[in-house]
Design a protein around this ligand. Structure first.
Ligand code: URA
Length: 248
C-alpha cells in the first residue's frame, strides 16, 4: 500500500494532510523485521503493512488494519461522543484512534456497549463493526462480570431473586443474572449476558437494594489487567482477540 494511504488508514488526517506529513519528513517507518526506523519522504512509496511500525512526528504507532483497544474507564466520564455533563471517554484516546476512517458515518473507534458515567472498569473499543456486534449482541450471551458495592447488606434471598429473574419496569420479560456471588456484606459479583440500560442498578433496586459502586472486571474470558490504571488504554493483541471471540 502507498505510505500516504497507510497513514490515512491509521487516522493521521486527510490524504492531503498525510502526504504533507510525509513530504515534510515527519514520518519514519520500520518494516517488519527491520531493527530501526528510517525516514521516508515519498508519499507514494509502496510499503508492506505486515509488522510495520510508524513514527509520526516522534510518536510511535504500530500499524493495525483494524483497531481493537481496551480502556480502563474511570468514574466521571461518559461513553458518548457528545457528552452532556462529564468528559467523553474518547478524549482519553489518542487522536488517530478517534479519527480512523471507517465505512460508517461515524469515524474512529466505537465503544462496545456503554457504561454509566459513575461505572468504572473494562471497556472495549474498535472500528470493526462485526466485532462490536459480536461482543454486544444479547443473542451472543457474552458474560460480563460486574463488581457491585451495595448500600444495604446483601443476603441469600436477594441472590436467589437475581438468579431466578426480576422484572424491570419497562419490560415484562424477567432478566436474570447468569451468576451471582456474595463477596462480603456489601459486595457481590454479578454476571450478566445482556446489557440493558442501567441493568445492574435496576436489578439491585428490584430486589430492594441499591448500587453504591459499580466496576466491570471482565468481558468473556478477558479480565481488566491489574497494571492498567483508570484512564489508561492499550491495544488488544491477537491472543486477546482469540480469548474474546473464542466462544462467540
Ligand atoms: N449496569 C448498570 O446499571 N450500569 C452500568 O454502567 C453497567 C451495567
Amino acid at each position: 500500500m502507498q505510505l500516504q494511504d497507510i497513514l490515512y488508514s491509521q487516522g493521521f488526517g486527510t490524504r492531503r494532510v498525510c502526504a504533507g506529513l510525509i513530504q515534510q519528513g515527519f514520518v519514519e517507518v520500520k518494516a517488519g523485521g527491520e531493527p530501526a526506523y528510517h525516514p521516508l519522504v515519498d508519499a507514494a512509496a509502496d510499503v508492506d503493512e505486515d509488522g510495520l511500525h510508524l513514527r509520526v512526528q516522534g510518536t510511535e504507532w504500530p500499524y493495525h488494519d483494524k483497531a481493537y483497544v481496551l480502556l480502563h474507564k474511570p468514574a466521571g466520564t461518559e461513553c458518548s461522543q457528545k457528552p452532556s455533563t462529564y468528559p467523553s471517554i474518547y478524549t482519553l484516546l489518542p487522536a488517530p484512534l478517534r479519527q480512523r476512517p471507517t465505512k460508517s458515518a461515524v469515524q474512529g473507534v466505537q465503544a462496545v456497549g456503554r457504561l454509566d458515567q459513575d461505572t468504572t472498569g473494562l471497556l472495549l473499543l474498535s472500528d470493526d463493526g462485526q466485532f462490536i456486534h459480536r461482543m454486544s449482541s444479547p443473542k451472543k450471551h457474552v458474560p460480563k462480570v460486574y463488581q457491585v458495592t451495595t448500600k444495604h447488606p446483601v443476603d441469600a434471598a436477594q441472590v436467589s431473586k437475581l438468579l431466578a429473574g426480576v422484572v424491570l419496569d419497562d419490560d415484562p420479560k424477567p432478566v436474570r443474572a447468569a451468576d451471582c456471588v456474595i463477596i462480603d456484606t456489601h459486595r457481590l459479583d454479578l454476571t450478566l449476558t445482556e446489557g440493558k440500560y442501567h441493568q445492574v442498578k435496576r436489578m439491585l433496586a428490584a430486589v430492594g437494594n441499591r448500587v453504591e459502586g459499580l466496576h466491570r472486571s471482565s468481558i468473556g474470558a478477558m479480565t481488566l489487567p491489574m497494571d492498567l490504571a483508570p484512564g489508561q488504554w492499550r491495544w488488544l493483541g491477537e491472543e486477546d482477540l482469540q480469548l474474546l471471540t473464542r466462544a462467540v
